[in-house]
Design a protein around this ligand. Structure first.
Ligand SMILES: NC(=O)c1ccc[n+]([C@@H]2O[C@H](COP(=O)([O-])OP(=O)(O)OC[C@H]3O[C@@H](n4cnc5c(N)ncnc54)[C@H](OP(=O)(O)O)[C@@H]3O)[C@@H](O)[C@H]2O)c1
Length: 341
């Protein structure tokens, strides 16, 4: 049984990654900040949880000890913060700690080779974002930090890695934007008409598991994990309403400044109310501005390397509208089917 270290195993994408690795027969070592909340989120087979803190674990030796102790065969760095809420340093969490981790992987492989031990190669998957493709990406701390760590990884010799750059990630019932909740609102505010290419969280997680199942695919490539359709935010909301067979509310295109003021106010509401508005993310002004910019990416390589059947927004919510069972079967069909491209 292969042992995978998933750093950033909680939150939105993390538990989906852990679940898909667990279903695929891996032993998952989950690096988390909060052991108690992790225990609630990561109730899957063959999972163990260890405490890490990317704001503080900046020494490669800290990571080397962990790699040795847990005999790790592969690493996924899923940690990423879009803003400095909670007094965190974006530079430490998104750049310096991953750098220390990747350096440790290099030393771990080298000492294994020298001692004639396995594993000699430990593939690394770094979760980035399509936002690094913006020409003015350096104007925003989040994509700037992701670009920095991606570039460092590319420049590192002797590591086998894949950088996965997802677009906006969604999943019914989970995540930062609950599209099925937004589809219920009488007034749907949206900002800008820039194109995005949303990807289903399961497509992302199943794809990453497939990449890790076949370490020869860790060929230092960069994959754009984007969904099958280029859409505006308004088209995303319309598609969800149509798939759920619901009349959509009134669409109101909101100027950026108004959206920022409005979001700053609603962020003060209790989580229960935020859930009803479909927003569960900590949004700051920069994050709202980034949402107006949009981003897309060519997913050809992503699909070729993972053999995935892409999941569209409409198909996802159409199956959900049929029944929870139909939706579960749809997700299972994505797990089971391998497409030859
Ligand atoms: N969501 C999207 O639409 C989207 C789009 C493109 C790229 N991404 C990337 O995908 C990855 C996952 O995103 P997400 O939406 O799942 O974000 P998320 O829900 O905010 O989860 C982020 C993860 O990072 C962990 N983390 C934060 N600070 C940490 C620290 N100091 N030490 C250790 N772990 C820490 C969080 O742990 P806690 O649970 O303890 O906070 C959580 O496990 C990120 O790298 C993000 O940049 C996301």
């Amino acid at each position: 049984m292969k042992r995978i270290l998933v750093v950033g195993a909680t939150g939105f994408v993390g538990p989906a990654l852990v679940e898909e690795f667990s279903r695929a027969g891996f032993h998952v070592v989950c690096g988390v900040r909060n052991l108690r909340s992790a225990a609630q989120q990561l109730d899957f087979a063959n999972v163990e949880v260890i405490r890490v803190d990317m704001n503080e674990d900046l020494n490669p030796n800290t990571w080397l000890d962990r790699l040795r102790r847990y005999r790790v065969d592969g690493v996924v760095n899923n940690v990423g913060i879009a803003n400095a809420f909670g007094g965190q340093s974006i530079e430490n969490v998104n750049v310096n700690a991953p750098l220390a981790l990747f350096e440790a992987v290099y030393f771990y492989c080298r000492e294994n080779r020298e001692a004639g031990r396995l594993p000699r190669d430990v593939p690394v998957i770094q979760i980035s974002t399509t936002g690094v493709n913006w020409d003015d990406c350096d104007a925003y701390r989040y994509p700037k930090s992701k670009k920095l760590i991606d570039e460092s990884l590319v420049e590192t010799t002797g590591l086998k890695f894949i950088i996965v750059r997802p677009n906006v990630i969604y999943e019914p019932g989970r995540g930062h934007l609950l599209l099925e909740q937004i589809a219920r609102l009488p007034v749907i505010a949206y900002i800008g008409n820039s194109p995005i290419q949303p990807i289903h969280c399961r497509e992302l997680a199943i794809g990453i598991v497939r990449l890790m199942k076949n370490p020869s695919r860790a060929d230092c490539s960069i994959l754009q994990a984007t969904g099958p359709e280029v859409m505006t935010w308004k088209e995303v909301f319309l598609s969800v309403c149509n798939a759920l067979g619901r009349r959509h509310g009134i669409f109101v295109r909101t100027p950026l400044l108004v959206a920022q003021v409005f979001t700053n106010i609603i962020q003060r509401l209790p989580e229960r109310l935020l859930y009803r508005l479909g927003i569960l993310s900590k949004l700051d002004n920069d994050t709202i501005e980034m949402m107006t910019k949009g981003s897309t990416g060519d997913n050809t390589q992503w699909l070729q390397k993972t053999g995935l059947q892409p999941m569209s927004v409409f198909e996802t919510y159409r199956h959900l509208a049929t029944s929870p069972g139909a939706y579960a079967r749809y997700v299972q069909s994505i797990r089971d089917r391998v497409v030859e491209y």
